[in-house]
Design a binder for this molecule. Structure first.
Ligand code: SUG
Length: 416
């Protein structure tokens, strides 16, 4: 049985607002605000429960060890003496945004019939550049079955942000799809994090069919408006591509190539005169999970999308007009949203037979109950910006993660 599994990054105990991502407008705006890691993680768990209730298979990826002492050591420093910016970078809980963990090509798309995963190098942002090591360790454990092949990150200087800049369209999840790699062209006010060279390397490693693989440039306007990842302005699932009118540099060419590769594609484009790029970015309309359910294509949206009148009006009209998206589901992920991460950022999609995944990385309601217990007991209630160096807080964060690993029977497996 092949299914699309959403692996959500469990929001870690060090979740805080350090303003580490220039070009990510929400994160920059909230720099220095008080963060609530416990509430954040419980919001993420509630979103996973909502996915389960939609009939979806749900997985998790774990918070990384923070502070990352190994990384600080490689910079010839340690947490006690490192300058403030390195401390903040070593402490970031940014691995929660699992869409940036890896790029995934399901077995149906690859020449060897194996599901390929390439860990993202996330090299553009220092606080994210040290995620790849532990992500690789986790993926090796979660996907140890011969049905998978895990690739290490593409080397620098080619920036790779994983599934956030990758879309897949297909007649059904287990059918051969068209894979679309969306890269940024540098030169605008904010960094273009995904480099075309990296996308091409991933496509080669995954042994994709060149006639069913597209490389598409993000529009400069989208990056300048704060769409630091393509998944802030577009999302795809099965036959449906849902995108903002200004998401791509040359959309006519892209849509023509896509329709040639997959004539049955349904392109749902939101015009800029209904929803501006600014509204798309602040509401995260497109950072929704577009999922297949018994009730048809369903969009799992953040509350911020309902709060924006232009966005909500467009969504209501679409559903009432019998557009391809049939159902809207709202989730509260405000703590993550305030750092520029919506429902889609929090999950990595893997199409495979769930029986081939290490069970410890799959969840049901009962397992989420146990995880929520650990979160409630051990995650800090809040982290104020000036608490980042406090020894008590660090001890608490490290203990919280240990307790989680113990609960999930993963002690020792993903630490080195
Ligand atoms: O890389 N925010 C993340 C948000 C990632 C969203 N992911 C996707 N769109 N798929 C980022 O910019 C903020 C961390 C801070 O400032 O403390 C941050 O890293």
């Amino acid at each position: 049985m092949t299914a699309e599994i959403n692996f959500d990054g469990l929001i870690g105990p060090s979740h805080n607002y350090a303003g580490l991502s220039p070009g990510n407008l929400a994160a920059t705006r909230n720099a220095g605000a008080v963060a609530y890691p416990r509430a954040a993680a419980l919001q993420g768990i509630a979103k996973m429960r909502a996915n389960l209730d939609l009939g979806l298979v749900q997985g998790i990826l774990l918070p990384h060890r923070r502070p990352n002492r190994l990384w600080l050591g490689s910079l010839a420093t340690d947490y006690a003496t490192a300058p403030d910016h390195l401390r903040a970078q070593a402490m970031s809980a940014s691995a929660m945004w699992a869409a940036n963990a890896a790029t995934v090509s399901p077995a149906a798309d690859t020449a060897d019939g194996i599901c390929h995963l390439t860990v993202a190098n996330l090299m553009t942002m220092p606080h994210r550049s040290h995620e790849s090591r532990e992500t690789l360790q986790q993926l090796i454990v979660a996907f140890a079955d011969p049905a998978f092949r895990i690739h290490g990150p593409v080397p620098a200087p080619f920036g790779d942000e994983g599934a956030a800049n990758h879309m897949r369209l297909c007649a059904a999840h287990d059918a051969a799809g068209v894979e679309i790699f969306v890269y940024g062209v540098p030169g605008g006010p904010f960094p273009a994090r995904q480099h075309r060279e990296a996308s091409e390397a991933v496509a080669r490693a995954h042994r994709l069919d060149p006639t069913r693989t597209l490389f598409v440039a993000q529009s400069e306007a989208a990056i300048a408006a704060g769409a630091f990842h393509n998944d802030v302005v577009a999302v795809a699932n099965e036959r449906v591509l849902f995108a903002h009118e200004q998401a791509f540099a040359d959309k006519d060419r892209f849509y023509a190539e896509l329709t040639r590769a997959m004539p049955e594609v349904e392109i749902v484009e939101v015009p800029a005169d209904r929803v501006s790029l600014a509204d798309a970015v602040s509401s995260y309309l497109f950072n929704a999970q577009l999922v297949t359910t018994a009730d048809g294509p369903t969009l799992v949206l953040p509350e911020e999308a309902r709060d924006n009148p232009a966005v909500w009006a467009w969504l209501q009209d679409h559903v009432a007009g019998n557009g391809p998206i049939r159902q809207l589901k709202i989730v509260d992920v405000r703590e993550s949203m305030a750092n520029g991460g919506g429902p889609a950022c929090l999950r990595l999609r893997v199409v495979c037979d769930p029986a081939t995944v290490d069970r410890r990385f799959l969840v049901d309601h009962a397992k989420l109950d146990s995880i929520a217990e650990v979160v409630t007991a051990y995650w800090p209630e809040h982290i104020a910006p000036d608490a980042i160096g406090e020894a008590d807080l660090i001890a608490r964060i490290e203990r919280a993660r240990e307790m989680l690993l113990e609960t999930l029977d993963l002690v020792g497996l993903i630490d080195s």
